[in-house]
Design a protein. Structure first.
Length: 420
């Protein structure tokens, strides 16, 4: 038994060192989904209690009959700074110097989940949740669009999951989720880029356009010792219909699929009242051309909207998360979490990413659950802070001026939930 404990301690220490060396973030996805998971900074792929809202589908079979809903108050703060004057030379696209903050600062994002047991060995669950706040609203015509007094984009996504989970023996389970997705998108202030587009009238200012898509998720959960559980899940790319009103902006004629991802981790009950968990997650932004294609040389080699058209230049990311849960106080459960990483945006891609400055590196989380009324009824709270970070790079469309562009972001979230 002492040997097993030493092995587990060694494994935990190696993962903690990996956290310190890691360079990753979640990009435009939330740090976690559902109030319980968010209070752990998204950790818990091997922790079934946080699995109902977009968690490991294999965990649902251990939840019993359960209903949960939550409301997230999301406060992202974004700004950009242009340093240096434009050159004014023919064939260049210099920007006016100064600092501009996005005016859209508060979003309300709901979630809901329900799980029903189908006998003792299987379950069926449904959940709905949003991926929102991916909005910038700068009160300037920053890209010289004479038809708009502001600059920005708005991308919102709604997911519906239907999950079937089954136990294999007492200690192992598998889950399969069908994923339905809806998203809408709007861009404004980008009409000046029409000269680079295959469809100039479908670059900017066309109001909200929407698309629908489908995908799937597979999950596994296995208890390999009385107090030690491992888990893993894979989510496929969600193939979305094209955003036709922005077919001249996004690569592949308006295609904006949702990238695939995988997660793996462990959950260790150090005592009956104290659990440690750690995850690693990878998101494949590079497989979606509208997200991954770089600005240059693509803008000079292919028109916007074509397969090789310029995108946001995002890289794949790998995320490391650590969480702890403590239930030592009767009727209370306290949680904390930490996610560390590197942003997906290279210095060479800052110009287009004025619109989507997803540069967060470190995220901290705190949460708790309080049993209320009948046994099994719980109030949940999660508080998340994404520490301020910035990326600075050159204006690639005005090299003679030597202009620099700095994009900056931090986030604060408060989520309230209830389960019964």
């Amino acid at each position: 038994m002492r040997t097993n404990l030493i092995k587990k301690l060694g494994f935990s220490a190696m993962l903690m060192l990996a956290f310190l060396a890691a360079k990753a973030t979640d990009g435009y996805f939330s740090v976690g989904y559902g109030t319980i998971n968010k209070g752990l900074a998204g950790a818990g792929v091997a922790y079934y209690q946080g699995s109902l809202i977009n968690g490991n589908p294999a965990g649902a079979v251990f939840l019993g009959k359960k209903f949960q809903f939550g409301v997230d108050l999301f406060n992202p703060n974004r700004k950009f700074t242009i340093s240096g004057n434009p050159s004014g030379m023919d064939g260049t696209f210099g920007l006016m110097p100064g600092t501009v903050e996005s005016e859209s600062k508060l979003f309300v994002i709901p979630s809901f989940g329900a799980n029903w047991m189908l006998g003792e060995k299987s379950s069926l669950s449904v959940s709905a949740f949003g991926n929102g706040g991916m909005n910038t609203d700068y009160p300037v015509a920053g890209f010289y669009d004479q038809s708009s007094t502001s600059l920005g984009v708005n991308l919102a996504q709604l997911f519906g999951n239907l999950t079937y989970a089954v136990k294999l023996g007492e200690n192992h389970s598998f889950g399969l989720t069908g994923v339905l997705a809806y998203q809408y998108f709007e861009a404004k202030g980008l009409a000046a880029f029409g000269i680079f587009s295959s469809a100039p009238e479908k670059v900017s200012g066309n109001g909200n356009d929407n698309s629908f898509g489908v995908g799937f998720k597979l999950g596994y959960l296995g208890k390999i010792a009385d107090n030690f559980t491992v888990g893993g899940m894979y989510q496929s790319k969600v193939y979305m219909s094209e955003l036709e009103e922005y077919a001249g902006l996004f690569a592949e004629q308006g295609d904006f699929d949702i990238p695939a991802s995988w997660s793996a981790g462990f959950s260790w009950d150090v005592t009956d009242a104290f659990t440690v968990m750690a995850d690693v997650k990878q998101i494949f932004y590079g497989d979606v051309k509208s997200i991954a294609n770089p600005m240059l040389p693509n803008m000079m080699e292919a028109q916007l909207g074509m397969d090789g058209g310029a995108g946001f230049g995002w890289d794949d990311v790998t995320v490391f998360k650590f969480g702890v849960s403590c239930s030592a106080v009767e009727r209370w459960i306290f949680r904390a979490g930490y996610s560390i990483g590197d942003n997906p945006i290279p210095e060479s891609e800052v110009m287009f990413n004025i619109l989507a400055p997803g540069v967060i590196i470190n995220q901290l989380a705190f949460g708790f659950s309080k049993e209320v009324g009948n046994k099994g009824n719980q109030f949940h709270l999660a508080l998340n802070y994404a520490m301020n970070n910035q990326v600075e790079g050159p204006n690639p469309l005005d090299p003679p001026a030597g202009q620099t562009i700095e994009i900056e972001m931090n986030q604060l979230e408060l989520e309230l939930g209830f389960s019964f």
